[in-house]
Design a protein around this ligand. Structure first.
Ligand code: B12
Length: 211
């Protein structure tokens, strides 16, 4: 079996050790990091996401697949290899205030980075004030992304989206929202520019905002 196919299966089946070993071998054989991401990690995460949605895979499988992706990225980083050929834009990303979930946010960050974005990851429990400060500190920001897994934090998310809009009359940046608590409909009602259900689509949509 081709090595990237083996790696895709290792990530999909949630075997971080095996995924790391195969990624190292692929790199030793001269495979470009970007090809590893596009031909193995992204299809694997897309497939696990689909199976989770159809209730064919449980959350432990997602977490194990996410750990496998993390292992491969750490390896690529440790070798000092560039993930993307160029910097296509800057994204600020954080989990909303009151919410400490970060697995999905971290996956989104990985997918953005592999698509060529610079990511300023603010972490979890991020208030309106912290988002606004990060935007002021990042003059080249193109997209601001907010994640929420707790439905109790949706009013806060709406508040932040509105504040970010007020802060940006010239539409310097776009706003994307996501995470288990958000739906396409709530995202639209809040006034966000985009919502996606998973990290693979998040990177694809983000690229459409860069002209
Ligand atoms: C793991 C987990 C935890 C871990 C978090 C560890 C961590 N470091 O993240 C721990 C144990 C700490 C935890 C705590 C709590 N949790 Co919890 N947790 C989960 C669980 C099991 C999985 C979440 C997860 O990681 N999913 C996997 C990732 C990959 O999926 P994801 O986050 O949705 O991200 C994907 C997409 O949504 C998208 N995405 C994510 N962010 C963004 C952002 C943008 C901009 C875009 C475009 C896309 C995008 O891309 C990702 C990848 O494709 C869920 C149950 C579930 N089935 O989802 C409950 C769940 C989210 N938790 C829940 C609750 C209630 C809590 C607690 C309040 C429990 C308690 N009573 O203490 C606390 C809250 C703590 C806090 N203040 O945040 C509820 C929320 C219910 C609700 N609707 O409000 C859930 C749904 C469980 C349930 N069924 O009741 N939790």
């Amino acid at each position: 079996m081709e090595i990237l196919e083996e790696l895709r299966l290792a990530v999909e089946n949630g075997h971080p050790g095996e995924a790391g070993r195969l990624a190292a071998k692929a790199l030793d054989d001269g495979t470009e990091p970007l090809q590893i991401v596009e031909d193995a990690m992204m299809p694997a995460m897309r497939s696990v996401g689909e199976r989770y949605k159809n209730e064919e895979a449980d959350i432990l499988r997602i977490l194990a697949a996410a750990r496998s992706v993390r292992t491969c990225f750490d390896l690529i980083e440790k070798r000092g290899l560039p993930l993307a050929q160029k910097n296509i834009g800057t994204i600020i990303l954080g989990t909303i205030e009151g919410d400490l979930h970060d697995v999905g946010k971290n996956l989104v960050a990985i997918m953005f980075r592999s698509a060529g974005f610079k990511v300023v990851d603010l972490g979890v429990d991020i208030s309106e004030k912290k988002f606004l400060k990060a935007i002021a500190d990042t003059p080249d920001v193109s997209i601001v992304c907010i994640s929420s897994l707790l439905s109790t934090t949706l009013p806060e998310m709406e508040q932040v989206v509105k504040a970010l809009r007020r802060n940006d009359p010239d539409r310097r940046y776009r706003i994307m929202v996501g995470g288990g608590a958000v739906t396409r409909q709530t995202a639209e009602l809040m006034g966000a520019d985009a919502y996606t259900e998973n990290c693979v689509e998040a990177a694809e949509v983000a690229k459409t905002f860069i002209v």
